[in-house]
Design a binder for this molecule. Structure first.
Ligand code: AMP
Ligand code: MG
Length: 383
């Protein structure tokens, strides 16, 4: 696809090449614009107008890049499903720029109010019974709606300025890892959407925690940066959807999106797990598995944290470091970019160390287990 650059306007245009394709404009928002509300507002004007008119705009949030459309305009929301190739029964999260807007979309209860006060703007999505104005096309026909107020300045300003509530799933093609940089969105969405707001690499790197407070007991439907413990400090006991831990026959996750093979790289991924005491054996096992597949003529990838990555150099076609085991936020931030790198390296098999332990590891392991289709090899002491 041809690329045309308008440097002065801080904008790149990917012109449509095939009939039916869309020109996609990338608007860069630099750090100094993020902290100057007037500059930010000018920079996002075109994109906000596009959202208001029913167009598609991808934008950075603190979790991952979102693909936005007017949530109350069914035709606009439908275009999201087309651009992503997303199954239509998988509902969208509606993004707002002020806590009060929650009332316009849903029947709000005390738990939701307390959670919004504690964690918004931020990486928490709250599920509530929906009001009439939210179309079925946005909620996948459900009687509930998922709502979030993001904290990224560009996201907040874009939503505010557009004057609409913004339905925004992650801005990836369905089934691919979520985008954590604008270049990932360009890979998946150019020619399909009008604008991409480029705010650089996102901070958290995995999607928001989803908590359902529409029923009797609050329940986590997707783990994320806001942990069970953090939620319980505000609203008391919180359950975790039991279908999340292992695929069990007949048990479906309550968030429709969690049943799909999300976050999957193209190569077949296996996690090799073992505690601190068997780290050496884990490394040995991964090296042996990689060598075996290479001998059979396959391309192999290895993923490990900074602490052990050097043990694997030369042992695979792509050896990719994913953050720092002792700073799990860096693992979350690097995970999806690493999975995309394996796709670019066209590996057939991926072997990865696993990350159980600290609080954020629930969220990281949820994504990793899905990426690996729950293929796990456990290394025990003395093996
Ligand atoms: P994404 O936007 O890609 O982060 O995906 C949004 C996630 O939220 C998907 O897993 C959806 O199934 C889930 N979701 C959205 N709305 C609802 C809802 N009303 N009830 C349960 N899950 C929801
Ligand atoms: Mg997604």
């Amino acid at each position: 696809m041809k690329q045309y650059s308008e440097k002065k306007m801080n904008k790149t245009v990917y012109w449509a090449e095939k009939p039916g394709d869309q020109d996609t404009k990338v608007i860069r928002v630099v750090k100094e614009q993020e902290s100057d509300s007037e500059m930010l507002s000018v920079c996002l004007r075109e994109a906000a107008r596009c959202l208001k008119q029913g167009g598609l705009v991808a934008f950075p949030t603190e979790t991952v890049y979102g693909l936005g459309a007017d949530a109350l305009n069914e035709t606009a929301a439908k275009r999201i499903y087309e651009a992503k190739g997303r199954p239509s029964d998988n509902p969208l999260i509606v993004h707002i720029s002020a806590i009060e807007d929650m009332d316009k979309l849903a029947y709000v209860n005390d738990m939701a109010k307390a959670l919004a006060q504690a964690f918004w703007p931020g990486p928490l999505t709250i599920i509530l019974p929906k009001k009439e104005c939210v179309p079925d096309g946005t909620t996948g026909g459900l009687g509930t709606v998922a709502i979030r107020m993001p904290s990224h300045p560009a996201a907040l300003e874009l939503i505010r300025q557009s004057g609409v509530y913004v339905a925004a799933p992650s801005a990836n093609t369905s089934g691919r890892p979520s985008p954590t940089k604008a270049s990932h969105v360009v890979e998946d969405m150019r020619g399909k959407i009008e604008y991409i707001v480029d705010g650089g690499a996102v901070g958290i790197g995995i999607e928001s925690t989803i908590v359902d407070v529409s029923g009797e007991k609050p329940m986590i439907l997707r783990p994320g940066f806001i942990s069970k413990h953090m939620l319980e400090q505000i609203i008391g006991d919180v359950e975790i959807d039991p279908a999340l831990s292992k695929p069990v026959d007949g048990m479906r996750p309550k968030a429709p999106g969690m049943k799909y093979t999300h976050y999957a790289p193209k190569g077949e991924m296996t996690l090799v797990e073992g505690d601190e005491g068997v780290r050496g054996q884990v490394i040995q096992q991964i090296k042996e598995l990689a060598a075996e597949k290479q001998q059979e003529g396959f391309r192999v990838g290895i993923m490990a944290p900074k602490e052990t990555i050097s043990f694997y150099y030369g042992c695979a076609d792509a050896v990719i470091c994913v953050g720092d085991r002792n700073g799990q936020q860096t693992v979350a931030a690097g995970l999806y970019a690493a999975l995309r790198e394996f796709d670019n390296a066209e590996v057939d098999y991926i072997y990865a160390e696993s990350f159980r332990g600290e609080e954020l590891s629930d969220a990281i392991m949820n994504r990793l287990l899905k990426a690996a289709g729950h293929r796990v090899i456990c290394v025990e002491r003395g093996e």
